[in-house]
Design a protein around this ligand. Structure first.
Ligand SMILES: [Cu+2]
Length: 324
């Protein structure tokens, strides 16, 4: 199964979002730039505060007239030039560096040979479409290493914010607007991101996992995703039940029904490690729990409890569990 395709367990362990450990551009450039600004400001702070503290101590008032009045300087061209030119130079240099970084990071069009992905924010999950390959998945973004991915960001409902601290900066997903973002991963493994703009009750359960693969491994994953849904032996009854229940109004399973777009595409549900944008691990027991009542796992989730009998739930869960 190509869920966490070929990545060692250690590589798929969730690490805390850490923007001090970039594993891609532009996250690396953003960190360099931020560090430069902080270092410059710290340098200025230390010089100014150092002089101030020195002056306070050295020339503090004392009871005895010890003659320690500092020399009084008026109209010194050298001093005035120095405190004018040095700050102007600092501002100009930092301004140029800033402009350079903005030009490098903001790209409106997809670079040659990039992988294009359309990301649509929903309350409270991520729709991920790979237009070049013709499939859609959810909540787990797979990318090849050392190749630029060009992402188009949109929203189906409210404003969300796309934030993968180790890969790039934040960009909002806004209804009726197309924002773009590029990422060039430099290391394989898994990193996590999160919606960074409050978007409703389950905002905190809007996790995005990103798996970065070697190029051939990525191609294998993409080919698996392109397949229509499998019908494994023994799940026909569950499949039929799924197909005639309202499930298909909201969910697509390619090869069974392709009208539902309100909820995640379930064609290769079991290739994902988690359910409902990281709210639960993706296994049979949680599937049963989810279908019985999504509110157990994710209160407020925009999928209703479908009021199926226990037997029906078992059958549908059995069918979904066969969709690898
Ligand atoms: Cu959100």
């Amino acid at each position: 199964m190509l869920g966490a395709a070929g990545l060692a367990a250690a590589e798929t362990a969730v690490r805390t979002p850490a923007f001090f450990e970039p594993v891609a551009e532009p996250a690396g450039m953003i960190l360099d730039y931020g560090s430069l600004l902080v270092a410059t400001c710290l340098g200025i702070f230390i010089v100014v505060m150092g002089l101030l503290i020195f002056t306070i101590i050295r020339f503090r008032a004392s009871s005895a007239d010890d003659g320690l009045e500092p020399p009084q300087v008026y109209g010194s061209d050298q001093l005035e030039l120095a405190w004018t030119i040095v700050p102007v130079l600092l501002v100009v240099v930092l301004g140029l560096v800033t402009a350079g970084r903005i030009v490098a990071i903001q790209r409106d069009t997809a670079p040659e040979g990039s992988l294009s992905v359309r990301v649509v924010g929903h309350q409270w999950w991520w729709e991920l479409e790979y237009p070049g390959y013709g499939f859609t998945t959810a909540n787990e973004l797979h990318l090849p290493v050392d190749r630029t991915a060009f992402l188009e960001l949109e929203s189906q409902d409210v404003i969300h914010s796309f934030w993968l601290p180790q890969l790039s900066g934040k960009t909002d997903l806004i209804p009726n607007r197309r924002n773009v973002l590029w990422i060039e991963p430099k290391e394989t493994g898994m990193v996590v991101g999160q919606c960074a703009e409050y978007c409703g009750t389950q905002h905190a359960h809007m996790l995005l996992r990103v798996f970065v693969h070697e190029p051939d491994e990525f191609e294998r994953w993409a080919q698996e995703q392109q397949r229509q849904a499998r019908t494994a032996p023994g799940v026909e009854e569950g499949r039929a039940l799924f197909a005639r229940t309202a499930c298909v109004n909201c969910h697509t399973v390619r090869g069974v029904s392709e009208i539902g777009r309100f909820g995640p595409d379930l064609t290769h549900l079991m290739s994902r490690t988690t359910l409902a944008a990281g709210a639960a691990t993706n296994d049979r027991a949680n599937l049963v729990d989810w279908i019985t009542d999504p509110n157990h796992i994710k209160p407020g989730a925009r999928m209703p409890a479908m009021k199926l009998s226990e037997r029906e739930i078992g059958l549908v869960a059995g069918y979904l569990a066969s969709l690898d």
